[in-house]
Ligand binder design. Structure first.
Ligand code: GLC
Length: 613
């Protein structure tokens, strides 16, 4: 290490050392393991490339870089999108054309295809799935992305390993050292006690939280699928090695590390084994470890929980944890609003999010690779006479096209035959009725579906945070039914919305008049406007507005005297927003026309983006 580097490392370490040591000792009370951890940090700092260190320094000097209004994300599967990592690299121009400057590469580390959970069962944290490429290819891709100003995000599946991971194999052979990295029990007593308080993640496709291993006569804890063995973070060896894996991946040029299923990583008898305080200790330590070794790397927490459980993962201003979190309740509430055409609950939800300190950055999205879990604020819905069970049933019916005029084409996910609970899958386009409309060929239905798709994106772009599109949504890609015929996928309906990118359809995005062109060009226009207007940045204050009509959502964003108003009609008929007590003339940012905001008509499934002149 050069003198400058040694100084840089020591300075960063000094800043965090005492707190890091304190938390580590609190959890593990093991000084020699702490010493080892610090050795790892030094090693990975030393190994980090000069070009990544330049990025580290640049972003350290500009810590708000990810809070601006010019970031647009897209999540994609490497195989579906480009075949291989190098194939994705060849498609970077398409991503740039789509205004995307942040890509989330869905899990690509080594896994066994028959036991993979979409790649969330990792066999080797330092090896890429051989059909997708190599670690060198990954470095080539991150490097090429950085040259084009694109940030790269990947999953760090830290709650569990695959049963095919080296540690799991040794544990299965009865090696105590490795068994202690998981949760092993030779009888049902403790597992049964856990089952009394721990809910089930996949009640239908993987019931229970433990799996019996006949060949070694033990149960092992498996919160997710039986082949995903929960790691035991009470063991400092697990923590140290997983931190080494985290830093190894960061050193491949990854900019954003998604902490998969992070609320689950600490287990305690008699609890739900979710969001325990030790989880926060670990995330806080990861934040400090990142700031010491690779300060440009952001932590994105995957916390699919109710809002009161999500926000603590930001930590505090003095002791931050994650840089970004998913805006999951807003996403689910959005689809509730699509079905009910009543924005009351969405407005309440947005008010809560908008009231949070502006340093909290949310990742906003309409759809992701997972199901929609219907985690709504039922206490609030009860005030309007809506009970959880029948309301969920209504939503699931609606999005399967079974209710009213709905033409959605969703499918149920993990329907619990005992409780009747179920979640939902489908692409944005299919949920918005485009699939059915294309089948019927009726132009007015196609228009309606396209309007809904564009309106939902316009609304998502108006929230505070980083919008992340789901690959294919930019051209209105519909469901992929072919998963039903694939034995490795058939039991997991999430594959319905994990289809291959249709490049022929993408080519039609260039052809005026096609559905693809209509959606792609509309989103492009919105993304361009968003990048140009500073009031879309996280620093703006945001509030919801009373529009005088429950079908119309109103959002205002304000920054340094500039004011933007968004009006979104979730209803099926044209409506006039009347209650906007604003004066002065406004300009429609999309059409350029000047409008009178005191009584403004919004077409069915339409929207307006307005700026105070
Ligand atoms: C996360 C992923 C999901 C996966 C689970 C288990 O929730 O988003 O796809 O099944 O973790 O790793």
């Amino acid at each position: 290490m050069s003198k400058r580097e040694t100084e840089e490392f020591e300075l960063r370490l000094k800043k965090h050392h005492d707190e890091l040591r304190w938390l580590y000792m609190e959890l593990y009370n093991n000084g020699s393991m702490f010493f080892e951890l610090i050795g790892y940090l030094r090693k990975f700092y030393e190994e980090r490339s000069a070009s990544l260190k330049v990025i580290d320094r640049r972003k350290e000097a500009d810590p708000n870089w990810y809070r601006r209004n010019d970031l647009v994300g897209m999540m994609l599967y490497i195989d579906n999108f480009g075949g291989t990592i190098n194939g994705v690299r060849e498609k970077l121009d398409y991503l740039q054309k789509s205004n995307v400057n942040y890509i989330h590469l869905m899990p690509f580390l080594d896994t066994v295809p028959e036991r993979s959970d979409g790649g969330y069962a990792v066999k080797d944290f330092r090896k890429v799935q051989s059909n997708l490429g190599t670690m060198e290819d990954l470095e080539g891709l991150t490097n090429a992305c950085h040259k084009k100003g694109i940030q790269v995000c990947m999953d760090f599946v830290m709650n569990h390993t695959s049963e095919d991971h080296e540690w799991a194999k040794r544990a299965r052979q009865g090696d105590g050292e490795y068994m202690s990295r998981y949760f092993f029990f030779n009888n049902r007593e403790i597992p049964d006690r856990y089952e009394q308080t721990v809910p089930q993640v996949f009640p239908t496709s993987a019931p229970g939280n433990f799996t019996w291993l006949p060949e070694c006569g033990h149960y092992v804890m498996t919160t997710f699928y039986p082949y995903q063995w929960d790691l035991n973070y009470r063991n400092p060896r697990v923590f140290n090695e997983m931190m080494a894996n985290f830093l190894y991946l960061a050193n491949r040029g990854i900019d954003i590390i998604r902490l998969d299923a992070v609320p689950y990583i600490w287990k305690e008898l008699g609890t739900s084994c979710r969001n325990l305080k030790q989880v926060h200790t670990i995330v806080r330590m990861m934040r400090m470890i990142g700031e010491i070794v690779c300060p440009s790397v952001l932590l994105l927490g995957e916390v699919v929980m109710e809002p009161s459980k999500v926000v603590p993962y930001f930590g505090t201003v003095e002791k931050p944890e994650c840089h970004m979190l998913y805006n999951v309740t807003t996403m689910a509430t959005t689809w509730h609003t699509v079905a009910t055409k009543d924005t009351t609950l969405l407005r309440e939800q947005l008010d809560k999010v908008f009231a949070l300190p502006s340093q909290y950055v949310f990742l906003n999205y309409l759809r992701c690779h997972d199901d929609i879990g219907w985690g709504l604020d039922y206490a609030s819905l009860r005030r309007f006479g809506m009970e959880e069970r029948p309301h969920k049933a209504y939503l699931n019916d609606f999005f399967r096209g079974l209710r009213g005029l709905s033409t959605s084409r969703g499918e149920l996910y993990n329907e619990d035959l005992i409780t009747g609970d179920a979640r939902l899958c489908g692409t944005t386009a299919s949920l918005c009725g485009l699939q059915a409309a294309l089948e019927s060929g009726k132009p007015e239905e196609i228009d309606r579906a396209i309007n809904a798709i564009v309106m939902l994106h316009a609304y998502m772009f108006m929230q505070s945070g980083i919008p992340v599109l789901y690959s294919g949504d930019e051209i209105g890609q519909c469901n992929d039914d072919s998963y039903h015929a694939d034995k490795n996928k058939a039991s997991d309906s999430r594959y319905l919305h994990r289809g291959k990118m249709d490049w022929e359809a993408a080519a039609r995005a260039e052809v005026p008049g096609t559905c693809e062109h209509r959606i792609f060009s509309a989103l492009s226009r919105l993304e361009t406007i968003r990048a140009e207007e500073d009031a879309f940045s996280c620093d703006a204050s945001a509030v919801t507005l009373d529009t005088g009509d429950q079908a119309i959502l109103g959002i205002a964003r304000c920054l340094k005297g500039e004011m933007l108003v968004g009006l979104f009609n979730f209803g099926d008929i044209d409506k006039t927003a009347k209650a906007l007590h604003s004066t002065g003339s406004y300009q429609d940012l999309v059409t350029g026309e000047t409008v009178d905001i005191t009584a403004i008509t919004i077409p069915a499934q339409g929207f307006r983006w307005l700026k105070r002149a």
